[in-house]
Design a protein around this ligand. Structure first.
Ligand SMILES: [Fe+2]
Length: 421
């Protein structure tokens, strides 16, 4: 089963004709960009000022408030404004630390260190990257436990709720039910020096201009009314099919995310975001300006994350802000359009360990991919979106069907019971 579309044959020509059409639709492309700039400038200035005063830019919410439905209004407003959040204590420290130890045992028991061969899947293309620390492991018991845990379900439901799931007379997804999007783990050793990862967005690069569904998602931007664009409107998001490549994501993710398995300080090579979801309108319009070659989208390339760089996007980069200090059991989330990077670090203090677990609410597209992931789970092979490295097929201690609860079964398409949890 495929969840993608093949990239069109003559990309430069398609980019040129699409740009011509979008520019004609927009009319005054410079004025449209200027309008977005005007909206973004005060937001960027506010973020820079907060950071300079030593205040937290990222909204932080306590899991107990999520569970009790008592998240303060101003915190919820901040999450909507920033498009990112840390949920403190999604899991207890002791539970997350136990997961970290279990992961180590799982890797050691199966001699991962001796057999692992780093595969450069080109995901980050020319982006600066450090030594690989993201391991293609999907089916350990800690990962499965975290994905199907009631606390994770509560957090994802809370975050999905920031999105408009019903609009244009249609229901785009079910915010109260998630599907599985099995992803990898990161284990970065103490002492690591890394140049980090340059700013980028995931979930499509050239597709954001070329795909008909994305053109609908960004319909206001491409109609020359960028300030009417609502990054939280789910309309057409679940109809996007990215072009086949090693970076494509088959699921619609309301938020990308990870669960911390170690303490991490903001200056230890951690995740940063440009915490302004509307900045996507700037990226889209910037590529349509006169100083960008007619077959170029500011360097966006199929098969690579969408780079955000000094040459074209210098306006945005001062807003890059690190996560606050996190501890094991905290979860970290960012809207799927939000620009993010990983900071550089020299001689990292302590571990930098996470399990990547996003929020992928139930819709036809996500359910179909999750069902295929269910088959991959049974066999222990890599999920379809990732290189078929298949390390875990013969591993001992892998999670099995007996480890799944009802949520886990539903997330992987094994249960026919009603979708909502
Ligand atoms: Fe990314």
């Amino acid at each position: 089963m495929t969840f993608t579309e093949q990239a069109p044959e003559n990309l430069p020509e398609l980019i040129k004709t699409t740009k011509d059409r979008l520019r004609a639709q927009i009319g005054d492309v410079a004025a449209a960009l200027a309008e977005v700039e005007e909206t973004l400038r005060p937001k960027i200035a506010e973020i820079v000022a907060l950071r300079e005063r030593g205040e937290e830019v990222w909204p932080v919410v306590d899991f107990r408030d999520v569970a009790a439905g008592t998240v303060p209004r101003e915190t919820a407003d901040a999450i909507r404004r920033r498009g990112c959040a840390v949920v403190k204590g999604t899991f207890s420290r002791s539970r997350a630390e136990a997961w970290d130890r279990q992961l180590v045992s799982y890797l050691e028991d199966n001699s991962f260190g001796e057999t692992y061969q780093y595969l450069d899947d080109g995901v980050f293309g020319s982006l600066a990257a450090g030594k690989p620390s993201i391991f293609p492991i999907y089916w350990s018991k800690p990962q499965m436990e975290a994905r199907q845990d009631d606390n994770m379900v509560a957090v994802r439901g809370f975050l999905n709720g920031f999105w408009k799931h019903e609009s244009q007379g249609r229901v785009w997804f079910d915010p109260r039910s998630d599907t599985a999007y099995p992803d990898r783990v990161r284990r970065r050793e103490p002492g690591t020096s890394s140049s980090g990862l340059s700013p980028h967005t995931d979930s499509g690069s050239i597709e954001r201009w070329l795909s008909p569904a994305y053109q609908q998602v960004f319909r206001h931007v491409f109609a020359g009314e960028p300030n009417r664009y609502d990054p939280w409107d789910g309309a057409y998001r679940t109809e996007v099919n990215e072009f086949a490549s090693t970076v494509m994501c088959s699921a619609f993710r309301t938020f990308q995310g990870w669960t911390a398995l170690s303490d991490m300080a903001p200056d230890q090579g951690v995740l940063h975001t440009v915490p302004i979801p509307e900045a996507m309108a700037y990226l889209l319009l910037r590529a349509l300006q006169d100083d960008v070659a007619e077959d170029d989208l500011c360097g966006a390339a199929n098969g690579a994350a969408l780079a955000v760089d000094e040459k074209y996007h210098s306006l945005l980069l001062p807003a890059l802000s690190p996560i606050p200090a996190v501890e094991p059991g905290d979860t970290v989330w960012w809207h799927g359009d939000v620009i993010h990077s990983v900071g550089a670090v020299t001689g990292q203090q302590g571990w930098g360990n996470v399990m990547y677990i996003p929020a992928s609410p139930r819709c036809e597209k996500n359910a179909a991919y999750a069902k295929a992931c269910g088959r991959a789970f049974t066999e222990g092979v890599s999920p379809g979106d990732f290189a078929a490295e298949d390390y875990e097929t013969g591993w001992t201690g892998r999670a099995t069907a007996a480890d799944l609860n009802e949520t886990g079964r539903r997330q992987l398409g094994f249960s026919k019971s009603p979708a909502s949890v």
